[in-house]
Design a protein around this ligand. Structure first.
Ligand code: K7E
Ligand code: CUA
Length: 656
């Protein structure tokens, strides 16, 4: 009782204190005199911790008391950590990691038959991959707004696209095509998620064969893959997907058109010089070879028309993929190029779909292109020339509305609800806020340090929310306590609704390099609490054929195969003794028969690398060979109940 009343008193005192601060604009000392007694505790706290009024103001904008939820959820890629990070905003609390390209033991992801199938289907050239370089998550959209149903994300290193179902936050599919050998313009979705775009970064012979690098211009190619998404099944349908062959430039970020520009896709590129390195062989290093030209090329793809051409079968099969050749793309008018200032990076269609903002790393401007102008130039066939492959180039001057000088190293742009754009300035370590209409910088805010992408609330939709923006900084340097030479990245939360913009919070992110993120209104997500009824296979997304009900537990031997039908419930596994012979293949079928919220169990057998997570209602299958005799305790790895330590058993492997 006593502590409760003190709590109430303290809260009201803080409120009073802030009211006093606001009304008379005074410092902490004077404020302490306004309210009566324990107000000094806030002032004292500020003094003790060396906090300014601005610090406390920022803290009050992010502090989230126990039991209160966040207004937004951010999905950040985990970079070369290969897994997805789910973060609440404004609290900046990490809510979950989702196993995607990298096995994730907590979720049992990659440690059971089902999730292993997913990692297996992400193999390339027969090699199973256990990591990925995750760059750009894309939430599924309906009419250009995030709908909270699915999330797609790419692996740049081993070009792949994963599908995560947001009804349970589980990776359901990984698709890959050996057509290409690295991606970057991925993933981006069309406004109704008909297609998930994945385009190349580094050109290579299509299909993955060898060709001398001296034949770069002839034999190396880029491509854009349009993965067809089947929302009913929650899966990409590779059979209905297709690709377009692109010139051997290094295609970079992409974006899908929306509203006025729906049905079109825009992809940046650099290295239109087609340099390929060779700095020990008498050539300039790749980086300088690729930075000779003053202009690189935006690739403009008419996706609607391309879809028709693919449907008409004007494709050839390469690596199992229907590919529209570069010649066909030119003939059918599917592909146009357009100059872009040197080494562009970000490619961001404005919320109204009317304009495209391109920021060039080596240029201090962002260039604003008008889609209507681009479209009319294409219709009039008004070209400035053709590239070495015969792709028509649209005239730069006739396609832009203007440029805005932003500062050093502009990269990525996001939008708010008031007609403003925000562009990250990598070299300057700042974010520039600018008016789209006036092409004028309104304000800059410093960030720490080397900002890459930025993400605004609902920032890639047709209706951005404004308010919050996260600066995804590559370097942390001196922002946190020292942890050795490998440092976390730093996410800085910024209030963009205030004037001036206000830096609110630093969040270290120690999992790979989160390149990009998307931020969705939390109430758009409707994930389930438990798998109902018990016995659900989350990967196949159906009731498991091997689900086990209480009282139906059993061990069935069939030759050297031993099937163990097991249930888990607080606080025992049934059966709790498994007897096998050395050399047997053990098939565990475990169902957590609980339906209580958060009643998760784990299951592990020591020294056998057997592990699983059993969320309420989940059924898993685990197969392994009992190749070593001995006595192996198994137990529950989640502290699920008072008798959790007793939730255990033995696997006895008799000598064969
Ligand atoms: Cu790191 Cu979008 Cu892959 Cu820019 S990308 S920073
Ligand atoms: Cu079940 Cu601990």
């Amino acid at each position: 009782m006593k502590s409760k009343s003190i709590g109430v008193l303290r809260t009201s005192t803080i409120v009073l204190w802030f009211a006093a601060m606001a009304s008379i604009g005074c410092g902490p000392q004077q404020a302490a005199q306004v309210s009566q007694t324990p107000a000094s505790s806030t002032a004292d706290l500020m003094k003790q911790r060396g906090l300014s009024e601005a610090d406390v103001n920022a803290a009050l904008q992010t502090y989230t008391p126990t039991g209160k939820k966040d207004e937004y959820i951010t999905f950040a890629s985990g970079g070369h950590g290969g897994n997805l990070i789910v973060i609440g905003v404004p609290s900046m609390r990490i809510l979950k990691y989702v196993g995607v390209f990298t096995p994730e033991p907590w979720q049992g992801y990659g440690y059971g038959d089902q999730s292993d199938t997913i990692l297996e289907e992400g193999s390339r050239f027969g090699k199973k991959l256990t990591w990925g370089d995750m760059h750009h998550p894309a939430l599924s959209e309906t009419n250009g707004d995030y709908d909270g149903e699915f999330l797609f994300v790419n692996d740049k290193a081993n070009p792949r696209v994963a599908v995560i179902d947001l009804h349970d936050f589980v990776t359901k599919q990984i698709v890959t095509s050996t057509l290409i050998q690295a991606d970057h313009g991925a993933t981006f979705v069309t406004p109704n998620t008909e297609y998930v775009v994945e385009s190349t970064q580094y050109p290579a012979p299509l299909g993955g064969g060898y060709a001398p690098i001296e034949e770069f211009q002839d034999k190396y190619r880029g491509a854009a893959i349009f993965w067809k998404f089947d929302r009913e099944n929650g899966k990409i349908d590779p059979a209905k997907s297709f690709a377009i062959e692109l010139p051997p430039y290094m295609q970079d970020l992409a974006d899908a058109g929306k509203l006025d520009s729906e049905g079109w896709v825009f992809i940046n590129s650099f290295d239109t010089e087609m340099a390929y390195g060779g700095n020990l062989e008498g050539n300039p290093p790749l980086e300088s070879g690729a930075s000779q030209n003053d202009m690189d090329y935006m690739h403009i793809i008419n996706l609607r028309a391309a879809e028709q051409v693919a449907k008409a079968g004007k494709t050839k099969k390469i690596a199992g993929m229907d590919v529209i050749s570069l010649d066909t793309a030119i003939e059918e008018g599917l592909l146009h190029l357009l100059g872009e200032p040197k080494s562009p990076h970000g490619m961001d269609v404005t919320p109204d779909g009317k304009e495209i903002v391109v920021a060039g790393k080596l240029d201090t401007h962002a260039t604003v292109y008008e889609f209507a102008k681009i479209k009319s130039l294409i219709e009039q066939k008004k070209y400035a020339g053709k590239d070495a492959f015969g792709v028509p180039i649209l005239p730069f001057e006739d396609s832009i509305r203007g440029q805005v000088e932003l500062g050093l190293g502009p990269l990525h742009t996001q939008y708010d609800d008031k007609g403003n754009a925000y562009t990250s300035l990598f070299i300057e370590s700042a974010i520039a806020k600018w008016s789209i209409k006036d092409l004028k910088v309104l304000e800059k805010v410093k960030v720490h340090y080397n900002v890459g992408h930025i993400v605004a609330a609902e920032g890639d939709t047709v209706n951005p929310d404004g308010h919050y923006l996260i600066s995804m900084n590559k370097w942390a340097i001196d922002r946190f306590s020292k942890v050795g030479p490998l440092l976390p990245q730093n996410f800085q939360l910024i209030n963009i609704a205030s004037e001036p913009m206000q830096l609110l919070y630093d969040m270290p992110l120690p999992l790979g390099e989160p390149h990009y993120a998307q931020m969705i209104k939390a109430d758009k997500l409707k994930p389930i609490d438990v798998y109902k009824p018990a016995g659900y296979d989350p990967i196949k997304d159906e009731h498991s054929a091997n689900a086990v009900k209480a009282k139906e537990e059993r061990i069935v031997r069939d030759g050297k195969d031993v099937n163990v039908y097991m249930t888990a419930v607080r606080s025992h596994f049934t059966p709790d003794i498994i007897r096998v012979k050395k050399g047997d293949t053990v098939h565990l079928h475990i169902t957590n028969v609980e339906q209580a919220h958060d009643a998760t169990h784990g299951f592990t057998i020591g020294s056998y690398n057997v592990h699983s997570s059993l969320e309420p209602g989940k059924a898993v299958d685990i197969t392994f060979v009992a190749d070593r005799e001995g006595t192996f305790p198994f137990y529950c790895t989640e502290f699920c109940s008072a008798l959790h330590l007793e939730m255990a058993g033995y696997m006895l492997v008799e000598p064969g």
